[in-house]
Design a protein around this ligand. Sequence first.
Ligand code: ZN
Length: 129
Amino acid sequence: MSSTVMAEIATRASDSKTDVQGKNTQVICCTYCPSKILNPGAASLTNITYPLPLVLCKRDEVDKREIINEYWLVENINSFENIGVTYKAENVKFLVCADCEKGPVGWQDLSTFHSYIALSRVKYQKPAL
Ligand SMILES: [Zn+2]
């Protein structure tokens, strides 16, 4: 892709991570270890505001939260390559890395079973060709 086209598309930081349908173009990985969370095309960018507990906070500190409003929506938990589901709070379960258990990287809505992965809590890798 030419740099001119890239410049037109890149109106927001998150846009370069998505294709025209808003799906992720890159492999989504854990920030702390090499574990792969999602393959390209498995999630779609969504704007939803949810206060996610701070990374590495203890179970009794879930009141310490960061307001995040950009998430990758994953409608089916089977779309994940690897994901860990942790303790339940309110009507959600928090999602962590399946390998190193760091997180939360996102949350799952227990009424819809949709999962949301915070854009800022994961790492991106170009898919291997
Ligand atoms: Zn990890």
